[in-house]
Design a protein around this ligand. Structure first.
Ligand SMILES: [Zn+2]
Length: 291
């Protein structure tokens, strides 16, 4: 369920230093008094997330309920507002548009989104991009280094993680067909996915390195990569995958596509087009808005 990405050692050291120093400063100061008056952002979350989707959006340090192995810092207020607007525009409303209403997200999307300012690292130096707990909560890390003008980074750090975790809920609710499991059955490598390059993974028929870890990860990675890639970018993956990997990935995509149509009445190319269109119009959105 957890996506891990290798990060450079230099960044690792830098972030650990930052988070350690922050850690010694804060601990209680960010704790929200339950009696405290709601600020404008809290009210906006109630209106735009809780009332519409029955989702809570947590951005304060008190919301970090676990993961005490990590040194974590809070998500900055203004960046949290931008991220909450982006998740709404690029993700939740894209599903609304593809399904014709808010019921799909309201019914199946995790009920809690949590923002953390810093990245989280494991002992082996891999960075945790996002975690999900039992389909109930998605946590996104590294919000304070978000660059809202870099869609590749936004997809890498946040949006593919959200779609990935959401797709786990979907297939746990309605299983996909066994033919998907047979395609790469002999080639899943659990933790050794970290030893591959992106190109090796593609040429073995996996859309990402992490997709080669296990069949459920493979399924949700095909989904999340496809809907966050323009046709040109996707075709680039297929070309790089070559004469062996390319057809394997295409076969996997066709099963994911049929699954979404038959189980959820979603056309995956339509969902991809909706997301692509929204990415193109992201510049026109006021992402600091609390209207
Ligand atoms: Zn997963």
């Amino acid at each position: 369920m957890k996506r891990l990405i290798k990060y450079t050692l230099i960044s690792l050291v830098a972030f650990l230093m930052v988070s350690c120093s922050e850690d010694s400063l804060s601990s209680t100061s960010m704790i929200k008094d339950p009696q405290v008056e709601l600020n404008d952002f809290d009210k906006w979350i109630l209106k735009r997330y809780t009332d519409v989707y029955n989702i809570d959006f947590k951005y304060r340090m008190e919301d970090i309920e676990s993961d005490m192995n990590y040194n974590l810092v809070p998500s900055e207020y203004n960046k949290s507002i931008i991220m909450s607007n982006m998740v709404k525009y690029l993700c939740l409303e894209a599903y609304d548009q593809a399904t014709g209403g808010t019921e799909f997200i309201r019914g199946y999307f995790p009920k809690i989104l949590v923002l953390i300012g810093s990245p989280a690292y494991r002992n082996n130096g891999t960075m945790v991009l996002g975690t999900a707990e039992g389909g109930r909560k998605i946590t996104l890390y590294n919000i304070n280094l978000m660059n809202m003008n870099d869609i590749e980074q936004l997809n890498d750090w946040y949006f593919r993680t959200i779609h990935h975790e959401f797709a786990h809920i979907l297939h746990q609710t309605k299983p996909y067909t066994t033919d998907f499991k047979e395609i790469s059955a002999a080639n899943y490598v659990t933790d050794s996915w970290k030893d591959k390059t992106d190109l090796q993974a593609l040429q073995e028929g996996f859309i990402s390195r992490y997709a080669s870890s296990a069949v459920d990860e493979d399924f949700v990675e095909v989904f999340s990569f496809f809907i966050t890639s323009t046709p040109e970018v996707w075709n680039g993956f297929i070309t790089d995958a070559g004469s062996t990997g390319g057809p394997i990935i295409e076969t996997k995509l066709s099963i994911v596509s049929s699954y979404l149509r038959e189980s959820w009445e979603i056309e995956i190319t339509e969902l991809r087009d909706i997301i692509t269109d929204r990415v193109d119009k992201l510049d026109e959105q006021d992402l600091t808005s609390l209207d």
